[in-house]
Design a protein around this ligand. Structure first.
Ligand code: CA
Length: 238
């Protein structure tokens, strides 16, 4: 077992779920601590920051969303949320809460381990490779170094995965990327995962970017970026 294997904090009040999740993570080589409510989770995080947190949404005292928000005030520690309801997903992975990924109950513990691995892999600073790279597409300006997106000079706040997804699509202009390819490139999944994750993020991007969103659905296949329209010139000509 590697001495570098990160410590994972599992926050879950249902002891049966907490113990099987812990078991699978331990078998995968991680050190595991548990907390059975939000107060305990925050105390553990304050005492020693784990390498990743698996955080249940429904907790008896402070709910998982509030716990996540409070942790995010001081830390970028990767957080994987467990939820029983699909409708929470937009909020959980959006800027408002800021989790890195989520799983809907009931889930396959092997999938949980795969997601933990991928979230940890994405959390390592490989993003710096893109430093100072910029993509300009129509009215859209995406700065990878600053992780900034502007529409006609106005900054648009994107959640981390929304940013990565937009970048991936823009970086492959002219190509259609399938949902599975996007999952692999943006989330690091190396198997066919839950492709709704991609759709949820595309929906958020379209909402936030409005008419500047370049993302086109290719029915039955995936997504691509529409050709940049040089809007100002076109308007002048028209
Ligand atoms: Ca629970």
């Amino acid at each position: 077992m590697s001495a570098q294997a990160p410590n994972i904090l599992v926050v879950e009040d249902e002891s049966s779920i907490a113990s099987f999740v812990s078991l699978y993570l331990k078998n995968a080589g991680y050190g595991v601590r548990t907390a059975s409510n939000g107060t305990e989770a925050l105390a553990q995080v304050a005492a020693q920051m784990p390498g990743l947190i698996v955080l249940d949404l429904m907790l008896p005292d402070i709910d998982g969303i509030e716990v996540c928000k409070r942790i995010r005030q001081t830390s970028d520690v990767p957080i994987l949320m467990l939820t029983a309801r699909d409708e929470d997903v937009d909020k959980i992975i959006g800027l408002e809460v800021g989790a890195d990924d989520y799983l809907t109950k009931p889930f396959n513990p092997r999938e949980l381990v795969a997601r933990v691995k991928s979230v940890l892999r994405r959390a390592t600073p490989e993003r710096r490779e893109r430093e100072s790279e910029q993509i300009i597409h129509g009215d859209l300006r995406v700065d990878a170094g600053r992780r900034e997106v502007r529409v006609a000079e106005e900054e648009v706040q994107l959640a981390p995965k929304e940013f990565d997804l937009l970048w991936e699509l823009l970086d492959h202009r002219g190509l259609v990327l399938t949902r599975d390819q996007l999952l692999e490139r943006v989330w690091g999944y190396t198997f066919a995962g839950d492709t709704r994750t991609v759709d949820v993020h595309v929906r958020q991007l379209r909402r936030k970017l409005g008419e500047a969103s370049p993302i086109v659905t290719v029915w039955g296949v995936g997504y691509k970026v529409s050709p940049a329209k040089d809007s100002r010139k076109e308007t002048t000509k028209a």
